[in-house]
Design a protein around this ligand. Structure first.
Ligand code: SAM
Ligand code: SF4
Length: 331
């Protein structure tokens, strides 16, 4: 019998795919991009139709969760047609977006209509000046209005993602917690990952561990560990007096590889089997060489599973092993 599910050699079933739809962005966050970025030439970027076909192949192989990310997904021209296409794929149960929120006032309602049920919005501070300095461009008011628009549109799961850098925004942790408590939404704190070399700060010096954040919050709001699993890498904690959950994504201090259920597809169409590893399969070329034959593509996806490594290898004070920036990989 031919295989119809994506299972790797360690028995991990792949049910979650993160796809980057553009490497471009309207912000230049200090931990993600250099101030002057060179973006990919158009021919290297997958068309929206190619992204749709790859999403279809994955769902036909048992993937139930797709997250669109970037770069900033909502700055790609005509991206709503992709949302509508992916949102109507049979078998898809969880349709997610990671966004910086800058375009949500404009798009929240249409995203909801396309089937998006989960949005992660990046927000590292509520302070307008600090926000500007961390994103180099952004206006925090625009993002806050975007978050309200997503809540109003009725998106079921809204979560803030905050990357914490020691000495830059570690003092913002409690105001972000109070903000999500007031809005009835969730938050995940992310340890900075060494993806691409950045010039603005030394990553070893700005490292702030999830454990430290947990300690900071627990001093004000007692936290209880929760077994909630949203199919992603966050581990969640709850507070007794509010519904908001506090998550931690801790690639350094917490190795989540054994439960890894996901792969990524970059904007160039490379299938990345592991975030911290360079093994890649060129799906764009496979699609272009085979006139978009979905069955051929599915066979390549099934074959690729044997190359998924057991775990990722990067450490906070070790050498940068991954030269790609996060906007290429898709966070
Ligand atoms: N532009 C969208 C956004 O900012 O949400 C989607 C893409 S962004 C690359 C996805 C997530 O990756 C964001 O939450 C961002 O904060 C995070 N990120 C970017 N560079 C990172 C790094 N070096 N370490 C940890 N998280 C990073
Ligand atoms: Fe753009 Fe998101 Fe990277 Fe910030 S984290 S520069 S918003 S892609």
């Amino acid at each position: 019998m031919s295989k119809t599910q994506l299972v790797d050699q360690f028995g991990r079933e792949i049910t979650y795919v993160r796809m980057s739809v553009t490497d471009r962005c309207d912000y230049r966050c200090v931990y993600c991009m250099d101030e002057k970025m060179t973006f990919l030439p158009r021919e290297d970027v997958m068309s929206l139709e190619e992204i749709q076909l790859i999403a279809q192949a994955f769902t036909e192989l048992g993937v139930t969760k797709i997250r669109l990310t970037g770069g900033e997904p909502l700055v790609r021209r005509d991206v709503l047609s992709l949302f509508n296409g992916i949102g109507s794929l049979p078998g898809l149960k969880d349709f997610c977006l990671t966004t910086n929120g800058s375009q949500l006032v404009k798009y929240a309602k249409q995203l909801k209509d396309s089937g998006v049920n989960r949005i992660n919005i990046s927000l590292d501070t509520l302070n307008p000046l600090l926000f500007k300095s961390l994103t180099r461009i952004g206006k925090v008011e625009q993002v806050l209005e975007g978050i309200d628009a997503a809540i109003e549109a009725g998106i079921e799961n809204i979560k803030i993602n905050a990357v914490v850098l020691k000495g830059r925004n570690d003092r913002e942790i409690m105001s972000l917690v109070d903000y999500v408590r007031s809005k009835g939404i969730n938050i995940s704190f992310i340890e900075e990952m060494p993806l691409g070399t950045v010039s603005s700060h030394d990553r070893a010096e700005t490292y702030y561990s999830s454990e430290d954040i947990l300690k900071d919050i627990s001093e004000v709001y007692p936290l209880t560990a929760s077994d909630l699993n949203t199919g992603g890498p966050s581990r969640y904690w709850t507070m007794s007096d509010r519904a908001s959950k506090i998550g931690f994504i801790s690639p350094h201090s917490n190795n989540f590889c054994s439960e890894c259920n996901r792969v990524r597809v970059t904007v160039k169409g490379e299938l990345l089997l592991c975030l911290g590893n360079e093994n890649a399969v060129d799906l764009k070329q496979i699609v272009r060489d085979n006139d978009g034959d979905v069955e051929v593509l599915k066979q390549h996806l099934l074959d690729a599973m044997s190359n998924k490594p057991k775990e990722h290898h990067f450490t906070v004070d070790g050498e940068v092993q991954v030269v790609r920036f996060m906007n290429m990989t898709g966070g």
